[in-house]
Ligand binder design. Structure first.
Ligand SMILES: [Zn+2]
Length: 495
C-alpha cells in the first residue's frame, strides 16, 4: 500500500533572535526545541533511521537547520517545512564511493550522471575511479564552481591510467623509471589539489606492473590515502588478481578498495575470493571492496577487456554483448557485428551479460565487508542502468524481495561505511551535528527503474532527497540541481 508522504509549509515566522546564532551548539538547541520556541528549517516526523551506534533501526524525528541535523528523537519545535514520514526510512543520503563523473569536455558543461545519482538517493559521490579521470581535476572543480554547484556533492580521485595515457605510454608497455617519477608527481599534485586518493585500472593498461603501482602509491606520504583498484584480470584470472591487490594493499599500507568485485569474480570465483578477502581484511583492516547489483558489466568495446580469449574465459559467446549506441543500439552481437564495432567504434560502451546472480548477492550481502557502489558511467547519453538504479535496486531486490541482507546492513554499506572509508566525519550518519544529507524512502516500494535499454526510468519509492539542508528531490522529481558542491579531501593544500 502506498501511503502518500505529506509536505507542509508553515507560515509561522522564524523566532526573533534568529536561527543562525544557535546552530552548532546542539545541546542548547535541543533544549530550545523542546520548549517549542525554535523554528527549524525542516522537520522530518515519524520515520525510522539507522543508528550506527546502537546498530539498529530506531524511530524518531529529524530536525534540520542551516544544513545540519540539529535535533533527533521526539522533536516538538516548529519548522518552516514539515515532512510527515510515517512508515518511511529516513536514511543518511547514500554515498556512492565508486562512480564515474561527467565529462565536461566532450559532453558539454551540464550534469548528466549527477542527476541520476540524485534521483536514486545519492547525496555524495566519488568520481575518477578505475584509473580514469574525464578531465583535469582543476577543470572539473572550476566547472562545478561555474555552474553554481552540482546536483550532489562531488569528491574525486586522481586517475592513474588517464595520466599514463596523456603521457603517451602504450597500454601494453611498462613505464620507465623517469615516467614513473613524472606520474608520481602528477598524482601528488592532484592529491594536494583535493583528490581523496588514486585510482588504478590494471586491466585497461596491462603494461602497468606491480612495482610501478607500489612505487607510485608509496611515494605519497598520506597514511590514510584512499586507493581504488580495478583488477588486472576477471573471471578465471580474478583469484590471482585479488591476491595481487591484497599484496599491494599490504605493501603500501594505504586504505585500499578493490573495485566492483562482482564484475570481477561473479563468474564462478566469488566464494573463494570472498574467503580470501575475509582473511586479508582480518590481517589488514584498511582493505575493503565495493560491488554493484547487476549481472552485467559495461565498458568500451575497444578495451583490452575484450581481447582474444575473453569469451572462452567467461564461458559465454558474442550474443552476451549488448551494444548501447550507434546504428545497432540495443542489439546483441554475433561474431561479425562484435568485430566490426570493435574495429570501427572502439569507444562505444557495451554491456556484457557474463555474471551469475547468486554470486552477486553473496558479494552484496557479505557480513564481513563490502560497500554498495554503482560504478555508474554515462557516455553519449546512455550507459549501464547501474548509474540510475544501484541503490534502490539493492533495497528492493536484495533487501525486501530477496531478504539477502537486512535493511540496516544495506544502509550501513551505502552510508556509514563509505563515509568512514573517506573520513567524511560529518556524513553517513543521522546524528546531531552531521550534515543534513538525507534520503527519505518507502521500504515497501523502493525499486530501480532503469534497464539495459534505457537509463531514464526513475526509481520508485524515493520521497525526498535533502542535500546540505536543501530539498533537492521531491516525490521523485529533482527540484534543486545545485545543492551539492565539490568537496576537497583532507589532503588538500591551499596554494
Ligand atoms: Zn572499473
Amino acid at each position: 500500500m502506498l501511503r502518500k508522504i505529506r509536505y507542509t509549509e508553515s507560515s509561522q515566522s522564524i523566532c526573533a533572535d534568529g536561527a543562525a546564532g544557535r546552530i552548532g551548539t546542539s545541546d542548547g538547541l535541543v533544549d530550545a526545541a523542546g520548549k517549542g520556541g525554535y523554528m527549524y528549517d525542516i522537520l522530518i516526523k515519524g520515520g525510522s533511521y539507522p543508528d550506527f551506534e546502537k546498530q539498529q533501526m530506531v524511530q524518531g524525528d529529524v530536525a534540520i537547520s542551516d544544513g545540519k541535523i540539529v535535533a533527533l528523537g521526539r522533536v516538538d519545535g516548529e519548522a518552516k517545512r514539515v515532512i510527515e514520514a510515517d512508515g518511511r526510512v529516513v536514511s543518511p543520503g547514500f554515498i556512492d564511493i565508486h562512480m564515474h563523473e561527467e565529462n565536461f569536455v566532450t559532453e558539454g558543461e551540464e550534469y548528466g550522471i549527477a542527476k541520476l545519482m540524485l534521483q536514486m538517493g545519492v547525496t555524495t559521490c566519488l568520481g575518477g575511479n578505475c584509473g580514469t579521470a574525464h578531465q583535469s581535476l582543476q577543470l572539473f572543480k572550476d566547472t562545478i564552481e561555474k555552474l553554481g554547484g552540482a546536483p550532489v556533492n562531488y569528491l574525486m580521485l586522481a586517475g592513474y591510467n588517464t595520466a599514463r595515457e596523456d603521457m603517451g605510454i602504450s597500454r601494453y608497455d611498462a613505464a620507465s623509471a623517469e615516467q614513473i617519477r613524472t606520474l608520481t608527481q602528477q598524482m601528488t599534485a592532484d592529491i594536494e589539489n583535493g583528490a581523496f586518493g588514486i585510482s588504478f585500472g590494471l586491466e585497461y593498461d596491462p603494461g602497468i606492473t606491480y612495482d610501478e603501482v607500489v612505487e607510485v602509491i608509496k611515494a605519497q606520504p598520506q597514511e590514510d590515502l584512499f586507493v581504488s583498484m580495478h583488477y588486472r584480470d576477471d573471471s578465471t584470472g580474478s583469484p590471482e588478481s585479488v591476491t595481487e591487490m591484497i599484496h599491494i594493499a599490504e605493501e603500501t599500507g594505504k586504505k585500499f578498495q578493490i573495485s566492483h568485485l562482482s564484475s570481477c569474480s561473479a563468474m564462478g570465483q566469488m566464494e573463494g575470493v570472498l574467503a580470501e578477502i575475509k582473511k586479508a581484511m582480518e590481517a589488514n583492516p584498511k582493505l575493503d571492496y565495493d560491488t554493484y547489483p547487476y549481472n552485467a558489466f559495461s565498458t568500451r568495446i575497444g578495451t583490452a577487456v575484450f581481447d582474444d580469449g575473453c569469451f572462452e574465459k567467461w564461458n559465454k559467446s558474442y550474443d552476451s554483448i549488448l551494444l548501447t549506441s550507434g546504428p545497432h543500439k540495443n542489439q546483441f552481437c554475433d561474431k561479425e557485428l562484435f568485430e566490426q564495432v570493435r574495429r570501427e567504434d572502439p569507444d562505444q560502451y557495451v554491456v556484457a551479460f557474463v555474471m551469475n546472480e547468486d554470486e552477486i548477492a553473496a558479494a552484496i550481502a557479505n557480513p564481513n565487508g563490502g560497500m554498495v557502489a554503482s560504478d555508474g558511467i554515462i557516455s553519449r547519453g546512455s550507459g549501464h542502468p547501474r548509474a540510475a538504479g544501484t541503490f534502490p535496486r539493492v533495497l528492493g531486490k536484495y533487501v525486501r524481495e530477496g531478504k539477502c541482507l537486512s535493511l540496516y546492513d544495506a544502509l550501513r554499506k551505502m552510508t556509514f561505511e563509505p563515509a568512514r572509508r573517506l573520513d567524511l566525519s560529518g556524513k553517513g550518519k543521522i546524528a546531531v551535528g552531521c550534515d543534513a544529507d538525507i534520503t527519505v524512502f518507502d521500504p515497501e516500494t523502493i525499486a530501480d527503474g532503469a534497464n539495459f535499454e534505457t537509463l531514464f526510468i526513475k526509481p520508485t519509492g524515493i520521497d525526498a532527497v535533502i542535500v546540505g539542508g536543501t530539498v533537492a528531490l521531491w516525490e521523485s522529481n529533482i527540484v534543486n540541481e545545485r545543492a551539492g558542491r565539490f568537496i576537497n579531501s583532507p589532503f588538500y593544500r591551499k596554494k
